[in-house]
Design a protein around this ligand. Structure first.
Ligand code: CAA
Length: 259
């Protein structure tokens, strides 16, 4: 598939990097861009050489939200009946390999929601997060009202969603929305370092870890703990578990087979 609204590349033959590329619209997210993003994620997920993916934007904007110009003409029947705005937004949830959001600049509305759909966010010090939909007479429509409270707690989530204010990178890190904040010129180095580190581990353990954390994030505690327990047990059926523990006991570096 030829891409017009994203750029796709591979780093070190192992990390799939997807750059949102509508700079004039601050990477506003429309159906074509989201279709392309979904196709690129699926293609990397199906590629055995790839162990981790990164979604990033420009220095000024990760993404400034769903495309307001495209949305402006829609009525209820279009968005509910045709699901014109967010019909293809959940593709990312079907991706098994880890996806890291590398955020610099604005991550607003659907941009913040897209970053939150990734497995974790590493932010540049110029990043700004927000759910300003209230200013447009709507509410977040791609999971913002659900994922923000899980990430930030109810008080901050209500503050963000009801006032539409932006949160800077320092507040986002303090609040648990992002895992790390680095200088803008170090963002990709830091993100690729994390991605390459993940690529070194057993892919089976990486899948199990991601599925288990998501079980906690998306469901109830008892169910999540039981799911984690079963995945933990299942990994004892892999060669990588034997290798990882033997390597530790014998003070050598593990050589995982399933990478
Ligand atoms: N959709 C479409 N176009 C957008 C856009 C968006 N979400 N955000 C920015 N743009 C466009 C602007 O219209 C402008 O285009 P022109 O040059 O043709 O006028 C260009 O990008 C540059 O933007 P600004 O001139 O506004 O840049 P700025 O630096 O002054 O401000 C900003 C930056 C604060 C991000 C501002 O652009 C802004 O507030 N954007 C809208 C943010 C927003 O409301 N996002 C939520 C969208 S709704 C949503 O996402 C629903 C959902 O949950 C799925």
């Amino acid at each position: 598939m030829a891409y017009e609204m994203i750029e796709v590349r591979t780093e070190a033959g192992k990390v799939g990097v997807i750059t949102l590329n509508r700079p004039k619209q601050l990477n506003a997210l429309n159906n074509q861009l989201m279709d392309e993003l979904g196709a690129a994620l699926k293609s990397f997920d199906a590629d055995d050489a790839i162990g981790c993916m990164v979604i990033t934007g420009s220095e000024k904007a990760f993404a400034a939200g769903a495309d307001i110009a495209a949305m402006a003409k829609y009525g209820f029947a279009d968005v509910y009946g045709g699901d014109y705005i967010t019909r293809n937004w959940e593709t990312i949830r079907s991706i098994r390999k880890p996806v890291i959001a590398a955020v610099s600049g604005f991550a607003l509305g659907g941009g913040c929601e897209l970053a939150m759909m990734c497995d974790f966010i590493i932010a540049a010090d110029n990043a700004k997060f927000g759910q300003p939909e209230i200013k447009l007479g709507i509410i977040p429509g791609a999971g913002g009202t659900q994922r923000l409270p899980r990430a930030l707690g109810k008080a901050k989530a209500m503050d963000m969603v009801l006032t539409g204010r932006m949160m800077d990178a320092a507040e986002a890190e303090r609040s648990g929305l992002v895992s790390r904040v680095v200088a803008l010129d170090k963002l990709m180095e830091e993100v690729l370092g994390a991605a390459l580190q993940i690529c070194e581990y057993s892919r089976l353990a990486v899948y199990a870890a991601k599925e288990s954390v998501n079980r906690s994030y998306e469901g109830g505690l008892a169910d999540g703990v039981m799911f984690e327990r079963r995945m933990f047990h299942a990994l004892f059926a892999t060669e990588d578990q034997k290798e990882g523990m033997d390597a530790f006991v014998n003070k050598r570096k593990a050589q995982f087979r399933n990478r």
